[in-house]
Ligand binder design. Structure first.
Ligand code: 6AU
Length: 279
């Protein structure tokens, strides 16, 4: 279950081959903007959240939210996010970590106070409760009357970055198995490394790696970091950084540096792929 330093298709090739429209769009945005950076915008009010999306939007492929942190969440939050996503051409990933029984998550995802399906291109979930949660969200996303059909996708939380994480072993393996069973809704994982063989066109899983920081090894609450370069070398496609960027003295300069590091590592990886396929 590992795939390090092996040949891999480029974002462009993956956008052409991937059957899911959200994954296609993700790869297209990455290729066009030359970025595999995701900002984890862990702000607690709408003004700061939207200011971050506007300022860092040009350098990112995806804007990740924790919308339940936003004390003044309202229509303005949703409208602002959607407007900025279109203006700067990025996708929105709500890091909601849905984890309940199927019937509950369906109501949390579509409708509900946070209206996730309305504005989040991507939402993640844990399979701690078993297969039913994926089945339930797949049903919602693929229902004939779902208003955002083809525009929404899921990521399975297959590993966690924190010390002592229990998202390991059989749990992670089960995520890999389940992901391929729901190709109309699941497009990949949140994990620290590739979990499936390098993409060849079918069963292509997108890996988002969090716990990314270029100047710290962790925090005092169990978070553990790796660099953008190490995540991409370990088979990840998109690197998620929070405090390393938004808490820097100059967040724009930091975003540019993280973007350059992640992109350079990706270019190196695809070059290695070119060499081995030419050999
Ligand atoms: O870069 P940081 O440490 O400031 O923020 C990391 C972000 C936070 C976490 O809630 C999230 O990434 N995260 C996740 C996600 C994305 O699902 C999983 C995990 O294992 N570790 C982690 O930090 O918003």
């Amino acid at each position: 279950m590992s795939a390090t330093r092996q040949p891999q298709l480029s974002y462009h090739e993956r956008s052409l081959h991937h059957p899911h429209p959200v994954a296609k769009r993700l790869f297209e945005v990455a290729e066009q903007k030359k970025t595999n950076l995701v900002i984890s915008a862990d702000f607690t009010n709408t003004e700061e959240l939207l200011a971050c999306a506007d300022k860092l939007g040009p350098y990112i492929a995806v804007f990740k939210t924790h919308i339940d942190m936003i004390a003044d969440f309202s229509d303005e939050t949703v409208t602002g996010l959607k407007y900025l996503a279109e203006m700067h051409d990025f996708l929105i990933f709500e890091d909601r970590k849905l984890v309940d029984i199927g019937n509950t998550v369906q109501k949390q995802y579509h409708g509900g106070a946070l209206r996730l399906a309305e504005w989040a291109d991507l939402v993640n979930l844990s399979i701690l409760s078993g297969d039913g949660i994926v089945e339930a969200l797949d049903q919602t996303i693929t229902a004939p009357d779902f208003p955002y059909k083809g525009e929404r996708a899921l990521l399975l939380l297959a590993e966690m970055t924190t010390k002592g994480s229990r998202a390991v072993g059989a749990y992670t393996e089960q995520c890999v198995e389940l992901a391929t069973a729901y190709p109309n809704s699941v497009i990949g994982f949140v994990a620290t490394r590739a979990l499936t063989p390098p993409a060849t066109g079918s069963g292509d899983m997108v890996v988002f790696s969090t716990g990314i920081n270029m100047s710290a090894e962790g925090d005092t609450l169990g978070q553990q970091y790796q660099t953008p370069q190490s995540a991409i070398e370990r088979g990840s496609e998109f690197v998620i950084a929070g405090r390393g960027i938004y808490a820097a003295d100059d967040p724009v300069a930091a975003a540019k540096a993280y973007r350059a590091s992640g992109w350079e590592a990706y270019v190196q990886r695809t070059r290695q792929g070119d060499k081995s396929s030419a050999a």
